[in-house]
Design a protein around this ligand. Structure first.
Ligand code: PLP
Length: 390
């Protein structure tokens, strides 16, 4: 990995030690240039005219995402965030009273809130698959929980906090064997590790642009396997998702773009494609190797500090580290770091309630290291951490 080039192409790296990549990654220069360039073009010649002029760049975003996920271009919808992408799939799946959704302990709040809404509205049942001894979703328990009422397996790949990487491909094997649709929230894994929808065996996958993919804010995407399209009913349609063919009749687009809507963040969509190409150019295997190497090394250094608890679960760990400094409120740790020019964040039980409640945690600090972070930056983080009395 050419760290000199990578650092030189990351304007924010000169300003801050950015360890909040699980919140939003720093955009690399080519992404920034693409977004700003398109905004300038819109201002200069008009938004519609700029969009027409950028047709190739916009088409490239679908191509880049299809290369990232190993799927077809027409299995991709680009939207404003990961939540809307996930919602279009989840709320698009017809579920009847008594139907069961299987999910994981570490499930993300927005997803779980949606399960609860449909439990109240549609009478579905949500069942949480227990963790195994490593704290990851227990695949054998999942297989045991499959019966004729299970209509969806929906889990988060890398939870929003904690180092856990769920065994997504092993879960995919269970889903395929049972013939149950499988929705994967890949929001935190996209851009920090390889994602192959064939190898994973998921039918739907959602992710965001701004986190480890280093894309612009306000971007996200949904993958829907072609064979899954007929089983989903988009929760809403507009004149982009469907064509009004005759006064009483419309036809949905024949592909995943039926989950999109007409108006969108064109500059961001172009920037997303550039960000995906940027990650692919460096290589997702190389990225995963460096991210996990940096994070694992940092975890052991942190765990050696008195009073410090690394709260991460899982066998194989991601670049997200969550930790507690004695009884120090996470907001204080974050503020001390901010004063030293270091960006980290906090996470509360409102984000991953099942997981945090089961472990008796109400809040903790959270950070996400990326491949562009350096060993020297992590030393600075450790130096600052040592100044906080646990
Ligand atoms: C951030 C996050 C989301 C939501 O992504 P948005 O782009 O903000 O909608 C969903 N799932 C997980 C696991 C996340 O960490």
């Amino acid at each position: 990995m050419d760290m000199d080039r990578i650092r030189a192409e990351t304007p924010g790296a000169e300003q801050v030690v950015h360890l909040n990549n699980c919140g939003a990654g720093l955009m690399p220069r080519p992404v920034l240039d693409a977004v700003i360039g398109h905004l300038r073009l819109e201002a200069a010649i008009g938004g519609y005219e700029a969009e027409a002029a950028a047709a190739d760049a916009l088409a490239n975003t679908y191509g880049a995402l299809s290369r990232l996920l190993n799927c077809r271009r027409d299995e991709i919808a680009v939207m404003e965030n990961a939540t809307v992408a996930w919602d279009m799939a989840f709320y698009g799946l017809p579920l009847a009273p008594g139907d069961v959704v299987l999910t994981a302990v570490s499930e993300y709040a927005s997803n779980y809130i949606a399960y609860l809404q449909r439990a109240a509205r549609d009478g579905i049942q949500v069942r949480v698959v227990p963790n195994d001894a490593h704290g990851q979703t227990d695949v054998a328990a999942l297989a045991d929980m499959i019966d004729h009422r299970v209509k969806l397996i929906s889990i988060t790949h890398a939870p929003t906090n904690g180092g856990l990487i769920n065994p997504a491909a092993a879960i995919g094997q269970v889903a395929r064997a049972a013939g149950v649709p499988y929705l994967l929230d890949a929001c935190q894994s996209a851009g920090q590790m390889p994602l192959d929808v064939e190898a994973i065996g998921c039918d739907m996958l959602s992710a965001t642009g701004r986190k480890f993919l280093r894309g612009p804010r306000g971007t996200g995407f949904l993958y829907v396997r072609a064979g899954m399209l007929a089983r989903l009913d988009p929760p809403f349609l507009d004149l982009h998702a469907a064509i009004w063919q005759s006064p009483e009749h419309y036809e949905m687009l024949p592909n995943a773009r039926r989950f999109e809507n007409w108006e969108n963040y064109v500059a961001g969509k172009i920037g997303l494609g550039v960000a995906v190409d940027y990650a692919l150019d460096i290589g997702l295997d190389a990225i995963a190797g460096r991210v996990q190497g940096l994070a694992n090394d940092l975890r052991s250094r942190m765990a050696a500090l008195p009073g410090l608890t690394v709260q991460d679960l899982g066998l194989e760990k991601s670049g997200i580290i969550s930790f507690s400094v004695g009884e120090v409120p996470p907001g204080e740790v974050k503020a001390t770091m901010a004063a030293a020019g270091i960006n980290i964040s906090t996470s509360s039980a409102h984000s991953t309630m099942q997981d945090m409640h089961s472990r008796g945690i109400t809040a903790m600090n959270r950070m996400g290291v990326h491949y562009y972070n350096t060993e020297a930056e992590l030393d600075r983080f450790m130096d600052c951490l040592r100044t906080i009395p646990a």
